[in-house]
Design a protein around this ligand. Structure first.
Ligand SMILES: CC(C)(COP(=O)(O)OP(=O)(O)OC[C@H]1O[C@@H](n2cnc3c(N)ncnc32)[C@H](O)[C@@H]1OP(=O)(O)O)[C@@H](O)C(=O)NCCC(=O)NCCS
Length: 185
């Protein structure tokens, strides 16, 4: 499965991120107060070392999880991730830098990456895990053509504690998108 992408997106690029892109993450997360795409920690801006570590964990060479950036004139506006799961297909995640939200960037990027994953990579099913409280993400998923599949009881971690046994687990919603050729339509 070749997960390297470099796609046109409204005059910007949607391309695979590599460890060399760490300075872009530092700049893009400067005003973030929550978690960004690459994991629950840090909640807030990334240091250069944290960005390098995150991008090593999201390494396109390993193809276990790969992140993609919406890059405009050398700045990272948003990031999307694909995570491989042998049983369920491929999970998609997304994040937009705070000062660029509500401009349609996530919607365009999710549509383009979803179409590319189905068509060029051959992924039959993409899915999202969304916190029921995250109304914006659910609206975005719906507008991007994903459908609500199910609600999983206490399936997702809140990451308020390091030990999974002591952590708070909450419900999450699974939304999915099936390749057109897989639906028989
Ligand atoms: C969720 C997120 C990715 C949306 O990115 P975005 O670029 O602002 O989204 P878009 O501008 O493409 O929004 C497309 C549509 O989604 C819906 N939407 C997006 N954000 C919304 C919000 N905060 N509240 C309500 N609806 C929202 C709207 O229908 C919107 O269309 P509209 O602006 O014409 O009404 C962004 O808010 C974000 O990064 N949040 C933090 C990380 C996160 O929650 N990731 C998802 C985890 S499941």
């Amino acid at each position: 499965m070749n997960l390297t992408a470099d796609l046109a997106l409204d005059g910007r690029r949607l391309r695979t991120l590599t460890p060399d892109d760490a300075p872009l993450l530092v700049e893009a997360t400067a005003s973030e107060t929550g978690s960004a795409l690459w994991g629950p920690h840090p909640a807030g801006p990334y240091s250069l070392a944290q960005a390098q570590g995150a991008l090593r964990d999201w390494d396109p060479v390993g193809e276990r999880q790969v992140s993609y950036g919406v890059v405009d004139d050398g700045r990272l506006l948003a990031a999307l991730g694909l995570m491989m799961d042998e049983e369920q297909g491929v999970e998609l995640a997304y994040w937009v830098r705070p000062e660029h939200r509500r401009r349609g960037i996530a919607l365009r990027a999710v549509r383009v990456l979803t179409e590319w994953a189905h068509r060029d990579v051959g992924v039959p099913r993409l899915w999202l895990e969304i916190d029921p409280d995250n109304v914006g993400s659910q609206r975005l998923a719906s507008r991007a053509g994903y459908r609500l599949e199910k609600r999983l009881h206490r399936h997702c971690r809140s990451w308020v504690r390091d030990d999974p046994e002591d952590d708070v687990w909450h419900d999450c919603l699974i939304w999915d998108h099936i390749a057109p050729s897989s639906t028989g339509s």
